[in-house]
Ligand binder design. Structure first.
Ligand code: C2E
Ligand code: CA
Ligand code: CA
Length: 951
């Protein structure tokens, strides 16, 4: 501002500085002085209210102490002197201002003599006294007394012991007030019998009531009054202790006065001195005038136990300098500074102004050019830094990434490869530099994919994910994936290529592994179903081209389940692996062996001109499988069943080859396993019927399509019917009456035989019981039990339940079992047989003679009957061998104490032969076909007999 003004303004500047400085000094001085006053005033108010609050607390505490003491009377009845002593002793020790605790007891004149006697036991010579004109004397007779009875401490207070205070109007009024407000009440100052100083103490009293009296109204309380407890407090000591305790006693800056009255009544002064005389000295007057003495005052009235207390505080006179040093020195300093500044401004203002003008001008110029320079430099620095960062970023990225970076010139020759192709890709950059890609990658030029790439590059197209294999420095195959794009200069001319490369060998290997895992069986390592389809497709395509046949074989192990169940899954796995290896070894390299599932393998054989396909290939495979296998230290002989489907067969589609092989294999199984079958269309029909029957069978039970027929069993000796065999019939709405041999096998394979068999058992027993109930003679009923039922859990319980439910005697049920039941687990079978036997049912061996079993083991089984298979019976007349077998079975069975029944007896000759050889019973068309229940009943009713038969 200064520089713009003309020269005369300079003098004005100095004057302005002076005037402003003086005014600012004065203001500053006053402001600081005001702050000082505020501080003094604030500190005074704080200290004063601290004391007033401490006094309030102390007084309240005195009342609290008494309340606690009084509590003794409320809770203990009556209170003994010792208890009073014990209770008050710690309170006295803690609160020095307490002169005494006492208990004023109301004593009637009648009680006086007794009461005084009690006092004398404690202190000889004591009587009830009173205080009259400052002297103690024996109290004259009154209607009642309020006597100091309990007194603690006694020492120093002896004079008060026995004192009757009934005459003390103030004390009595206080007690009255206490009863009225039902709380503590305090007296004004009073003189004590035990203290010569007048008006030195006050008393706080609390009424003591008779225990249990109602105290709701003041009248009730007056009536219940038995005395009062009191604490005698030395007023001055109390105030002193309160201040000392709060550490507020010594403050020379404060003058404290406490009055036991509503206002500052010098006559009621308890503590401190009365207010100071008004200022009269010359110095004090001056201080007033200068307003340097604040004249702080504080007055407060408290009310404790109904008694007013007045507290005044005022500031003690202070030294002027002590309180106002700050404001005075500030003022002096400011004045001095003002003068100096004025002189300085005056002297330098002129010179400074010119220099300033010049400097400012130069500075402005300089600033402008400087700014331009700074802008330039920082712009350049930014560019450089950005460049460096970009370069660094690139290097870091290349180092971090698995890629390397390459550049080619316009002739597609590598000119630069950075980023560690050696470390990342296992080939040295030098191998490439100066050459094109197709010169360095073997097999690229000439291959379809390579030529396509070369064409794209020559057309200056970008490319990505170009994958190829190359050989590393160490001779292993590495896979690279390359991305590249053409580079053009500013004029648009082609300059070459640049791009990245990455090693993808690990990924390629993983892909190959995954591919292999996805196409092979984990256990045997053979191709799985998915790869099998591929191979089959290839084989068939080849077959079509070369017009040479393909054989598809389905190989299924016989009794694999038995090995798995009895030897454990580990053994089962070993067996599968072994078989897989044997199949593989038995075939040519070009043939395929795949594992279809579980124990099923598929073999694809293609015909070669020099080697025709022939049945002995199949036999060779079966022989290979049938070699003994060592499992868990035991030798096992595992055979297999094989189905073969031939391609091309007339009209059969390629897709059904495996299915046909399966059907043929199934037939091979049916024919007793360990053989092979070539597929024929008839097999297919059979298989389809099987499927039809299976579907219908599932619903047959619930649709109630089953019925039982009964075929009589006749005793040869008497010619009478002694039993019957229950035979299942299936009446299907579309298929008509389905013979058991068409569906029992299916039911067994599917497990449906279990519920169906249960139905048969229950129905047969129920029917037998019904015939008895209808009055017919008791007969035994034979029920066929299939292997599946025999092995099913809960068989014995089920049979027992059927007997219990139908009420049929166990002896009238015979269960027919076939030898095959005992083949898998003899131990378990014997156990089950004994269980059944224990129920009381009969057991017979059905179709005897057809199984593999020798007669010897029969002795170990709890069997009752042998049923000679009808094939032997049928041949009795044609085949002398069979006839002999029948005769020896009968003889042997009798040796073992078994009954023998021959089934399938169709002719009188057969019957005669059986009779000759001592057969016990017969069953067959000769006597009767199986009959529906109603017809069978008629047979029984007319008591049909063998003797009635035509010869
Ligand atoms: P199986 O137990 O050997 O039953 C005897 C079979 O011989 C019956 O055939 C019966 O009709 C037939 N038969 C009886 N006498 C003669 C005769 O003089 N000449 C000829 N040629 N045959 C005679 P069916 O009823 O067709 O039963 C066939 C098989 O089905 C039974 O053979 C049995 O293995 C099975 N089967 C029948 N019902 C049941 C059943 O309820 N449960 C089970 N698990 N299998 C049953
Ligand atoms: Ca039977
Ligand atoms: Ca039979």
């Amino acid at each position: 501002m200064l520089r713009r003004r003309p020269l005369p303004a300079l003098a004005a500047a100095a004057a302005f500085t002076l005037a402003g400085g003086l005014a600012a000094s004065a203001l500053l001085g006053l402001a600081v002085a005001q702050l000082e006053f505020d501080k003094i005033g604030l500190s005074f108010q704080q200290r004063a209210s601290l004391r007033a609050a401490a006094l309030r607390r102390g007084l309240d505490e005195a009342v609290e102490v008494l309340t606690v003491t009084n509590q003794l009377f409320a809770t203990v009845q009556p209170v003994t002197r010792a208890q009073f002593h014990d209770f008050t002793a710690p309170l006295l020790a803690r609160h020095r201002f307490i002169q005494a605790f006492n208990f004023h007891r109301l004593v009637s004149d009648a009680e006086r003599a007794g009461f005084e006697a009690g006092m004398q036991r404690l202190r000889p010579g004591s009587v009830i006294t009173e205080m009259k004109d400052g002297a103690i004397r024996r109290a004259p007779a009154r209607s009642s007394y309020s006597v100091v009875d309990f007194l603690e401490p006694m020492a120093g207070n002896e004079a008060a012991f026995g004192l009757d205070v009934a005459g003390n109007a103030m004390l009595m009024a206080t007690v009255g007030r206490a009863v009225e407000r039902d709380g503590a009440a305090a007296t004004g100052l009073l003189s004590l019998a035990q203290d010569a100083r007048p008006d030195s103490a006050f008393e706080i009293v609390l009424p003591v009531y008779r225990a249990g009296a109602p105290l709701a109204s003041s009248a009730q309380r007056r009536a219940a009054l038995v005395g009062d407890s009191a604490v005698i407090v030395r007023a001055a000591a109390l105030v002193e202790q309160i201040l000392r305790a709060a550490d507020l006693a010594a403050d020379p800056g404060l003058v404290l006065a406490v009055y036991a009255s509503e206002r500052a009544d010098p006559a009621r002064l308890v503590y401190g001195s009365a207010a100071p005389p008004e200022a009269r000295t010359a110095l004090a007057g001056l201080r007033r005038v200068l307003a340097l003495e604040a004249g702080e005052r504080y007055a407060h009235t408290l009310r404790v136990a109904g008694q007013p207390w007045h507290v005044t505080l005022h500031g003690a006179p202070r030294a002027l300098l002590a309180d106002h040093l700050g404001s005075l020195s500030t003022l002096a300093g400011a004045l001095l500074f003002t003068l100096l500044m004025t002189a300085f401004v005056h002297t330098y203002a002129r010179r400074a102004r010119r220099v300033e003008l010049l400097v400012e001008e130069r500075t402005r110029d300089l600033k402008r050019s400087n700014q331009r320079l700074i802008d330039d430099v920082s712009a350049r620095r930014r560019t450089e830094q950005a460049l460096q960062e970009s370069e660094q970023r690139f290097r870091q990225l290349v180092a971090l990434s698995s890629d390397w970076y390459w550049e080619q010139d316009r002739h597609y020759r590598f000119v630069d490869i950075t980023g560690g192709i050696g470390a990342k890709g296992g080939v040295a950059a030098e191998r490439y530099l100066g050459k094109t890609r197709w010169e360095t990658v073997e097999g690229m030029a000439g291959s379809a994919w390579g030529e396509a790439h070369i064409a794209a590059v020559l057309a200056h197209q970008g490319f990505s994910n170009l994958e190829y294999a190359t050989v590393s420095e160490t001779g292993e195959t590495r896979w690279f994936s390359i991305n590249g794009e053409p580079v053009f200069d500013a004029a648009g001319a082609f300059r070459g290529y640049r791009g990245t490369g990455t090693d993808i060998t690990a990924r390629k290997l993983a892909e190959q592994r995954i591919h292999h895992v996805a196409q092979h069986d984990v256990l045997t390592g053979l191709p799985n179903r998915s790869l099998l389809q591929d191979r089959l497709g290839q084989a068939l395509a080849h077959a079509l081209r070369s017009a040479q046949p393909v054989w598809v074989m389905l190989v299924d192990l016989d009794r694999f389940k038995f090995v798995n169940d009895s030897m454990g899954h580990k053994a089962g796995d070993v067996l599968l692996v072994t078989v897989a290896a044997r199949l593989r070894a038995a075939l040519r390299e070009s043939d395929t062996v795949a594992r279809l599932s579980g124990d099923e393998f598929v073999v694809i054989l293609s015909e070669h001109p020099e080697q025709r396909l022939a049945v002995d290939v199949v036999q060779r495979l079966m022989d290979a499988v049938a070699q003994p296998v060592l499992l868990g230290g035991k030798e096992f002989f595992v055979t297999c069943s094989v189905g073969v489907a031939v391609f091309p067969t007339d009209g059969a589609p390629a897709e059904s080859l495996i299915e046909h092989a399966d059907i043929a294999m199934y037939r091979a199984k049916k024919l007793g396993r360990n053989n092979f079958q070539f597929y024929t269309p008839a097999m297919n029909e059979e298989a389809q019927e099987r499927v039809r029957i299976e579907g219908a069978l599932r619903k047959a039970l619930e649709r109630n399509e089953f019925v039982l027929h009964y075929q009589p069993q006749v005793e040869l000796a008497s010619g009478r019917i002694v039993g019957m065999e229950a035979l299942l019939r299936w009446q299907h709405p579309e298929l008509g009456m389905v013979a058991p041999n068409r569906f029992i096998g299916v039911a067994e394979e599917t497990g449906l035989i279990v519920p169906i068999g249960a139905w048969v058992m229950r129905s047969a027993c129920a029917q037998n019981r019904a015939w008895q109930d209808a009055g017919l003679a008791p007969l035994k009923v034979a029920v066929n039990l299939s292997a599946r039922q025999f092995g099913a859990p809960g068989l014995i319980d089920d049979v027992q339940a059927v007997l219990a439910d139908t009420g049929l005697a166990a002896s009238l049920l015979e269960i027919e079992l076939t030898e095959s039941l005992f083949m898998s687990d003899v131990g378990q079978a014997v156990e089950l047989l004994h269980g059944l036997k224990a129920l009381g049912v009969g057991l017979s061996i059905d179709d005897f003679g057809t199984g593999y079993s020798s007669l010897s083991y029969l002795s170990h089984f709890p069997i009752d009957v042998l049923k000679i298979d009808r094939s032997f019976v049928a041949d009795i007349q044609r085949d002398a061998n069979d006839a002999a077998i029948v005769a020896s079975i009968i003889a042997l069975a009798h040796n073992l104490k078994l009954a023998v029944i021959a089934e399938g007896v169709e002719t009188a000759e057969q019957l005669a032969y059986l009779r000759r050889h001592g057969c016990d019973q017969m069953q067959g068309y000769y006597f009767s076909r199986p009959l529906p229940a109603a017809e069978f009943a008629r047979l029984l009713e007319r008591q049909a007999c063998l003797a009635d038969m035509p010869a």
